[in-house]
Design a protein around this ligand. Structure first.
Ligand code: SF4
Ligand code: FE
Length: 501
């Protein structure tokens, strides 16, 4: 296999693979040629093109090979590395208007780098060295890694071991490795990856030992079935023409993965039974991944642009309420970016030597993302007007009996061709109601954890004791309710909050 350098190389690397993918009740022969799947491949290919066209943003020099490699495969060794990930994500959101699918693997690698190190310290295992040699191989070929964390969870009240048939788990062990069975739901970009890393999705107890498995599996491994998500308006990608689809080039990808006795050899196993580290892994992964959602600020830039453009096309760019709505969208969008990149700037070094972002700010970023895109979508639809949801199809627009009439009656500003106005409306529809609304809205809600998951983490880390002591001191009360001196203890808390490098 040759190292992948460009988007084109990447698309070629997905050809002739023996995958079992179902979509709309049929086995997919070649995903790269499937009209519903191809836009998601294009979005991921853009990450390679960016690395090629803007290497400072999209790539780094691999510490393993000394050659350029995608920034999505880089282990962060500084705060600046964390920040640069966010800058790359915003740019790719701008260029694709959708989910480019590559951050899950990036965040999984970075979380595993420190967690494997700490497991080894406790249990004298060699997961960290295994992870590094796996990374070395991945860097050599510049591959795409999918992170598979979210299990199907069945009855949410029951821990994994009480519903044996649901979560991914080890079903058999032999001298060479382990076999896993179970299912992962809505796995971003899994079919567009070369390898997937399975990881536990929740805190595990002693009886969940078989669920404490982390391992890398080739996407083509035998025993895996992929079932492609049937998403809002995806059939538009099969329409003739390019108008109604809204964004003909790019989309996200979500699929269910079913594992049936899939083999993982020891060299690709990075956790095997250390159930007490599952929660730490989930926490670190979500810290990285929740600030990765600055991707949505890049997508938001496109939506703001579309809202401004459609206002012009409707002939009302100077109305003060329109400008004000665009200001509101910008303020909301920059809030996502501001908090996400702040989480990276507040990053710190782990025991393993790599850098991780601030957990609280990462959670606040993602929590904003569960709400802001919906409000941005509302404002964009407000500016677009009702036609965004009622306009005729491209076939009607081009029908000989209707063409001239529709061209006349659907015209906005005289300076703008009718078709351009309709294209802009379809883009807004695509992003707020259609295919890419899946990524912009619902994935913003549930990806990297649903809103309540962030609130739980915020509750855990909001340092109420510290804040209460601040209040005690200023209120002139020396002794807090727990009997300790509020003034004496304050400095200890202070150092943890504002530690200086
Ligand atoms: Fe990356 Fe955003 Fe897609 Fe998640 S939703 S994989 S953070 S682009
Ligand atoms: Fe996601």
């Amino acid at each position: 296999m040759k190292k992948i350098e460009t988007g084109e190389d990447y698309i070629s690397s997905l050809k002739n693979r023996d995958l079992s993918i179902y979509l709309l009740g049929q086995l997919v022969e070649d995903p790269t040629e499937h009209p519903i799947i191809r836009p998601s491949i294009n979005a991921l290919a853009k990450t390679y093109d960016l690395a090629h066209d803007a290497p400072e943003l999209g790539s780094v020099i691999s510490p393993f090979t000394g050659e350029p490699v995608s920034r999505f495969l880089h282990i962060c060794t500084s705060v600046q590395d964390l920040v640069n990930q966010n800058k790359m994500q915003r740019r790719l959101g701008q260029l694709t208007g959708t989910c480019f699918q590559r951050c899950v693997g990036m965040d999984a690698f970075n979380a595993l780098y420190s967690v494997t190190y700490e497991i080894d310290q406790s249990y004298n295992t060699d997961y960290h060295a295994r992870l590094k040699s796996f990374l070395h191989m991945i860097h050599r070929y510049n591959l795409v890694i999918g992170g598979a964390m979210t299990d199907v969870k069945g009855d949410r009240r029951l821990p994994p071991h009480e519903q044996e048939e649901m979560y991914v788990r080890v079903t058999k062990r032999d001298k060479q490795g382990v076999y896993v069975t179970g299912a992962k739901a809505h796995q971003t970009g899994c079919i567009n990856s070369h390898w997937i890393i399975v990881m536990p999705t929740i805190r595990l107890g002693e009886r969940d030992k078989n669920f404490a498995i982390v391992g890398a599996i080739p996407v083509e491994a035998s025993g895996i079935t992929y079932i492609y998500g049937h998403q809002s308006c995806d059939l538009r990608s099969m329409d003739k023409g390019s108008l109604d689809v809204g964004n003909a080039q790019y989309s996200g990808q979500e699929a269910m993965i079913i594992f049936e006795d899939v083999f993982i050899p020891h060299e690709y196993i990075f956790m095997n039974g250390e159930y007490d580290y599952a929660a730490l892994l989930v926490e670190r992964f979500t810290a990285y991944h929740r600030r990765s959602y600055v991707c949505k600020s890049g997508v938001g830039d496109v939506l703001i642009g579309a809202a401004a453009a459609i206002s012009e096309m409707n002939g009302v760019p100077h109305a003060s309420h329109i400008k004000d709505k665009l200001v509101e969208m910008t303020h909301l969008n920059e809030t996502i970016y501001g908090v996400g990149i702040a989480a990276s700037y507040q990053g710190y070094r782990t025991e393993a030597g790599n850098y991780i972002c601030d957990d609280m700010l990462a959670n606040i970023c993602k929590h904003h993302v569960t709400k802001i895109p919906y409000e941005m979508g509302r404002l964009a639809q407000d500016l677009a007007g009702g036609l965004v949801a009622t306009m005729p199809s491209e076939q009607d627009i081009n029908h000989p009996a209707l063409k001239a009439l529709l061209k006349k009656y659907l015209q906005g500003s005289k300076t703008v061709p009718t078709e351009d106005r309709l294209r802009m409306l379809r883009l807004i529809e695509n992003m707020t109601l259609g295919r890419n609304a899946v990524g912009y809205l619902t994935e913003s809600m549930h990806g990297a954890g649903s809103p309540q998951a962030q609130r739980i983490q915020i509750l855990r880390t909001m340092q109420l004791e510290y804040k209460k002591r601040l209040a005690y001191v200023l209120a002139g009360i020396d002794e807090a309710t727990d009997g300790h001196s509020a003034i004496e203890e304050l400095s200890g808390y202070f150092e943890r909050v504002f530690e200086l490098e």
